[in-house]
Design a binder for this molecule. Structure first.
Ligand SMILES: NC(=O)c1ccc[n+]([C@@H]2O[C@H](COP(=O)([O-])OP(=O)(O)OC[C@H]3O[C@@H](n4cnc5c(N)ncnc54)[C@H](OP(=O)(O)O)[C@@H]3O)[C@@H](O)[C@H]2O)c1
Length: 302
């Protein structure tokens, strides 16, 4: 029998990778964008999920603008807390499990080592707080859920650090990048791989009692400065482009509306122990995304 998986927020970085994922034969992935299914519209979401005929829902829909959330706090909560609750409630009523994505920004960064799932949350900004509220709402409403926290997401589509730094590299000879915030860059494609692997195990392999919160991120810890250096190293090897001068700066030298955790490294031991999922190699995933971006850019340069 073919199992259907429904993806909400399918035009975002992770949603897009989920819908273009080459699935095992016995899976079909159906993607709905913001325009197709607004998670803040409780009745619509309830009807969509009830009538979907799917075996599992993935919620990749979210308000993700970290700095804008400081000014649009209500909107961030409407989508990330109430919207998540609506999806959870609709899944509960339809008897369907949910994989929901959350963030490293639920933590305050005041830990020397990687955060584990049970560490105390203490978000520094409105985005992290709204995502944290969404996690709590989901735990209240639906037992059959996975909350997958991830970090520093990038892909060849959407807005992300990789695309921004490449654009700046084209425009400037020098770029200043923050060198005192640590995290693990994670490609949207590897998150999609991990989610599909978890979905397969839930649907086919009897992992039905392994609900709860899990961490997954790329396997290499670095600062944003380190990430920028890696991006230009790989790009210059791929297409021989010149590399701008990258200058390390402190968080204080780059003020932003929202405070960010100084350490948002996630410890990924639990997902390995329960689902046998291992962190994937950073350089491989970064190279894949950069190759895609170079291919996308190529026709414009001719
Ligand atoms: N980006 C990161 O660095 C990062 C880091 C850690 C965790 N995460 C988490 O990972 C998940 C996926 O992130 P992402 O980077 O793929 O985000 P993204 O690219 O911003 O995509 C989010 C998607 O959600 C849609 N959306 C917004 N409001 C909606 C609503 N009311 N109903 C339905 N869809 C709505 C957006 O559509 P429109 O654009 O049309 O509004 C967009 O397609 C999120 O839960 C995020 O919190 C992200």
């Amino acid at each position: 029998m073919t199992e259907k998986i429904l993806v909400l927020g399918c035009s975002g970085q992770v949603g897009n990778e989920l819908v273009r994922f080459i699935c095992p034969e016995d899976f079909i992935i159906i993607g709905l964008s913001h325009a197709d299914a607004d998670i803040t519209k409780k009745n619509d979401i309830s009807n969509i999920i009830k009538n979907s005929g799917c075996s599992l829902v993935i919620n990749a829909a979210a308000f993700t603008e970290v700095d804008i959330a400081e000014k649009k706090r209500n909107l961030a909560y409407k989508i990330n807390e109430k919207g998540t609750y609506n999806v959870g409630e609709a899944c509960r009523n339809a008897g369907i499990p949910l994989i929901h994505i959350s963030t490293d920004y639920v933590f305050d960064g005041n830990k020397k080592t990687g955060f584990i799932e049970d560490d105390l949350v203490n978000p520094l900004g409105a985005y992290g707080a709204s995502k944290n509220a969404g996690e709590f709402a989901l735990r209240e409403v639906l037992k059959e859920h996975i909350i997958l926290r991830t970090s520093w997401v990038y892909s060849s589509t959407g807005k992300n650090f990789v695309k921004t730094i490449l654009r700046l590299g084209n425009e400037r000879e020098e770029i200043s990048v923050v060198d005192d915030q640590y995290g693990c860059p994670t490609s949207a494609h590897e998150i999609a791989q991990v989610i599909i692997e978890m979905a397969c195990q839930i649907i086919f392999n009897g992992k039905k009692d392994k609900w709860g919160t899990y961490h997954y991120c790329g396997d290499t810890k670095m600062t944003w400065y380190g990430f920028a250096c890696e991006i230009f190293n790989v790009v210059s090897k791929l297409n021989g482009c010149s590399v701008p001068k990258i200058i390390p700066i402190t968080t204080n030298q780059y003020p932003t509306a929202a405070r960010r955790p100084q350490n948002s490294v996630l410890n990924c031991l639990r997902i390995n122990q329960v689902y046998r999922i291992q962190q994937k190699p950073f350089i491989f995933n970064l190279s894949q995304v950069l190759k895609e971006l170079i291919t996308i850019d190529a026709p414009e340069k001719r």
